[in-house]
Design a protein around this ligand. Structure first.
Ligand code: FES
Length: 679
């Protein structure tokens, strides 16, 4: 008689096994992804499976009710203590008695797929560098003297096929009491990455450790630092938080921070200390909030631009401020967190910094590439990660180009007269009636437009405090569509525009969105200076994209992906009216949320992805905007709204742009001349 046939779903792997073989053993022999921390001792419950019974014509088997061994005492004990979902069995306890179809639920797979909650639904696969192993260690014996660590090593080799374990002195000092406390049964956390280095002992707990392992995925930006606290076993994001980068006090943008180092010897050390301090504070906040012991934070991944990269690692960034923009290293980096003074984590936590692409194109661009995968896109995708520096990628399966463009902080609401961070009370959406020129808006925290009769009451708690990044983009685009702004970016006077909301301000004008001064609130306006700041930012973004398109030899792209901390909130139509992005059909503009942060998360959860991005960065062609003369040409032409020369036929289908021409006297000005020349 042939041995029973065992079929695993969803993998479809199948094989014959002798009666009495535990399901976990069959799974391992077939290479089925079935988890186990305790190695089949019936205490971790990671190996749960669901047998199916009855007729399976698809597989050609009939599964009898007794295809698996009876429910045993170990399963009963687990059921009494924790409860098992109905129909579930422990794979290490149930043995095969007849032909059977066995489903491995997602939570029992080591390489489980996690669907991201962000705009994109691409699945993420778990394959973390740090994992838990439960082991039984032999007790010491006077007649064959060996050290406790050597016996732990042997146990890991015999029970888990883990060879060549390494350990720091700091963990060796914990080893002896923990082994004895656990009665020679312990759980260890081992770190082994994709580079083939020996596994390293990170932590040890007596008995079965059931409180999980965690890691931080950190997007270290010039203006903000955003971190996700992730469960390293499930991939879940337990908490997210962001703080301002304290280096701002040394300079708003990257080049001013590099100049600070040039002018002030030791300035780099000051900035390194500041950012590391902020990272520790962020880790403390996140673990406190999630009520997680900081010693369970065993890993962190970092994505950042080259200057932030050097300042995090404690490397002087001066070389990055001048051609040829040489990085100290562009490769990925792995190191103990202690080397970066990250004290709010486990003492032996490990850090992985994604590789940089070039002197101006950093690990943040690499992370965007990892998250959005332009190299796997059949159509030509333009991906812009909007921040103080814009990371821009253009590519498809054949070729990927990347550059970084200095947009400045205007898109994040900084250097804008009424600008503020995205927080309750900030105007985030705005519409201006093209006939009456009256605005209506929405603020963060209130779910209605400002012309709703209940708005004032609903907004009382937060007040109306300013305009955030997505709000300022919409405001400028709406002003352009309502004819309050001409193509050169000049705001008209009350007489020119026909609305008293355009108020004089020195020799220029400002448009009033909200006047709360009667109640002691702010006067929220869009000033000529604000328009200029947005024009500079959007010109830099567009010029970077155009430069990549030139290099690729194309005049248009198939789709645009808007990413960045607030990328998901930017309205595609408004971005195009402004001329931030090249003309494409509006339904070909997608939002990807914080792609750099997502890339950091993928690298945190999956070491195969680390190997992949290290490969990919070598295939990306880097374009240095700073030394490219055409960048300046594109920048100047992109100053007009939406653009001085490039046509926007798709935009014309969805938005009418009036063509006023303002100057201080109300007569035709330079922008009008430029338009005439073009015509
Ligand atoms: S493998 Fe741990 S309970 Fe089955």
């Amino acid at each position: 008689m042939t041995d029973p046939l065992v079929i695993f779903t969803p993998s479809g792997k199948r094989g014959h096994f002798p009666v009495g073989t535990p399901v976990l053993t069959a799974a391992r022999q077939l290479g089925v992804d079935l988890d186990s921390v305790c190695g089949g001792r019936g205490i971790c419950s990671k190996c749960q499976i669901t047998p199916s019974f009855g007729e399976f014509s698809k597989h050609g088997v009939t599964v009898a009710d007794n295809a698996l061994s009876d429910w045993n005492a170990v399963e009963q004990r687990y059921q009494d203590k924790r409860g098992l979902k109905s129909g579930r069995r422990l794979g290490c306890q149930a043995t095969i008695q007849g032909d059977v179809v066995i489903d491995v639920p997602p939570e029992s797979q080591v390489h489980k797929q996690v669907i991201r909650k962000a705009a994109s639904t691409r699945a993420m696969t778990m394959d973390p560098a740090t994992r838990l192993y439960f082991v039984e260690v032999a007790q010491p014996d006077m007649h064959t003297p060996t050290g406790d660590f050597e016996r732990l090593k042997r146990a890991l080799r015999d029970q888990w096929q883990v060879a060549d374990l390494r350990a720091d002195v700091s963990i060796l000092s914990k080893l002896q009491p923990t082994l004895r406390k656990g009665n020679w049964q312990v759980t260890v956390a081992l770190h082994q990455d994709h580079t083939g280095t020996a596994p390293r002992l990170i932590e040890i707990w007596p008995g079965l450790h059931e409180n999980g392992l965690y890691g931080l995925a950190i997007d270290l930006g010039s203006t903000t630092i955003a971190a996700h606290l992730c469960d390293l076993q499930t991939g879940d994001v337990i908490g997210s938080s962001g703080v301002m980068n304290p280096q701002i006090r040394f300079g708003e943008d990257l080049m001013s921070r590099v100049s600070y180092v040039m002018m002030n010897p030791g300035g780099d050390v000051e900035m390194t200390t500041a950012v590391r301090g902020a990272l520790n504070d962020l880790a403390v906040d996140l673990t406190n909030e999630a009520q997680i012991d900081p010693s369970l934070l065993v890993e962190a991944t970092f994505v950042c631009n080259p200057v932030m990269h050097h300042l995090l690692l404690g490397i002087d960034p001066v070389e990055l401020g001048q051609a040829p923009f040489a990085l100290a290293t562009s490769d990925s980096m792995s190191m103990p967190a202690a080397q970066l003074d990250l004290t709010a984590m486990n003492d032996r936590a490990q850090v992985y910094v994604l590789p940089c692409i070039a002197g101006h194109v950093g690990a943040d661009a690499a992370a965007v590439a990892l998250s959005e995968e332009p190299n796997k896109s059949k159509d030509l995708a333009l991906i812009v990660d909007v921040g103080t520096n814009a990371e821009i990628l253009l590519g498809n399966t054949e070729r990927v180009l990347a550059c970084s463009s200095p947009t400045g902080p205007a898109f994040e609401g900084a250097q804008i007269s009424s600008g503020q961070r995205a927080a309750p009370g900030a105007i985030e959406r705005i519409e201006i009636d093209p006939t009456t020129k009256e605005p209506r808006f929405r603020i963060i925290g209130v779910d209605m437009w400002s012309d709703d009769p209940d708005f004032e009451q609903a907004a009382a708690a937060t007040g109306i405090t300013g305009i955030c990044g997505s709000g300022i983009i919409e405001a400028v685009a709406e002003m352009r569509m309502a004819g309050l702004l001409d193509a050169s970016g000049l705001i008209g006077s009350a007489e020119q525009t026909g609305t008293p909301r355009c108020i004089p301000q020195g020799r220029t004008h400002a448009y009033t969105i909200w006047d709360g001064t009667a109640d002691g609130g702010p006067l929220i306006t869009v000033t000529q200076g604000d328009i200029r700041a947005i024009q500079l930012a959007k010109s830099a973004l567009y010029a970077g994209a155009r430069l990549l398109m030139d290099e690729m030899g194309v005049d248009k792209v198939d789709r645009v992906v808007l990413a960045g901390a607030f990328g998901a909130h930017i309205s595609p139509k408004h971005a195009m009216v402004l001329g931030m992005i090249p003309d494409v059909p509006l339904d070909r503009v997608q939002s990807a949320g914080n792609a750099a942060g997502t890339g950091a998360r993928i690298a945190l959860c999956n070491i195969t992805a680390r190997a992949e991005i290290e490969q990919t960065v070598h295939q990306i062609t880097k374009i240095e905007t700073a030394i490219e003369p055409r960048f300046q040409e594109h920048f100047v032409a992109a100053n007009a709204i939406p653009h001085a020369t490039d046509p926007f036929p798709e935009l014309a289908k969805v938005a009418a742009l009036p063509n006023p021409s303002f100057n201080s006297k109300g007569e035709g000005d330079g922008s009008g001349r430029r338009r005439r020349r073009r015509g």
